[in-house]
Write a protein that binds this ligand. Sequence first.
Ligand code: GTB
Length: 213
Amino acid sequence: MPPVLTAFATSPDRGQGLARDMRVRWALEELGVAYDVQLLSFAEMKQPAHLARNPFGQIPTWQEGERVLFESGAIVLHLAEQHPGLLPGDPDARMRAIMWVFAALSTVEPPIVERSMAWVLEREQPWYAQRLVILDERVHARLSQLSAALGDAPWLDGDFSAGDLMMVSVLLRLKSSGIVDAYPRLAAYVTRATQRPAYQRAFAAQLAVFQNG
Ligand code: GTB
């Protein structure tokens, strides 16, 4: 039986590929790993069967035989360790690619998520405009540092890696804001990554869930 990824039955982003199953789908496509998808409603995500997979009642989870994982970063790294294609063979380069996965998840993603959650939960508040200025500053600080680190290279460190996959996944959450466009190197980086056939296949697969739902 193929391994199983869980995803939203009804993604709030209406198939824009912003939910975190997308980064796992992308990794699976890059690595050529076949998989099934189990779609869950919000109610099903909080039921014991899913809480046994993820105590936080969230997607994505990954089940292959007896092995059950949650956390998109852990799942992507696990897949990249198991199959060639997303982590370099050289030990130093491999560790640096893993470092970029962590940088994406723990340094770049938090201010981006904070900004988007403020829009979801606080945009009707009288102080939202002032708060947005602060949130934007934090995002811009990270993007300008990231742009400097990328420089004119196509990818963060050598060949495309799990680090790039995760970084671009995180940057895509800013798509509707237009903020990334202020950083031409990052905008080109995102375009380069999302033109990859593996990204396109993963995007189409998650969009089909919305279109057929
Ligand atoms: N740290 C975990 C990981 O990386 O796997 C976070 C997992 C997570 O946040 N899962 C979300 C979830 O299950 C879906 S991806 N939420 C339901 C819940 O907590 O009850 C986050 C997400 C949701 C929706 C959009 N969107 O609509 O744009 C974007 C991202």
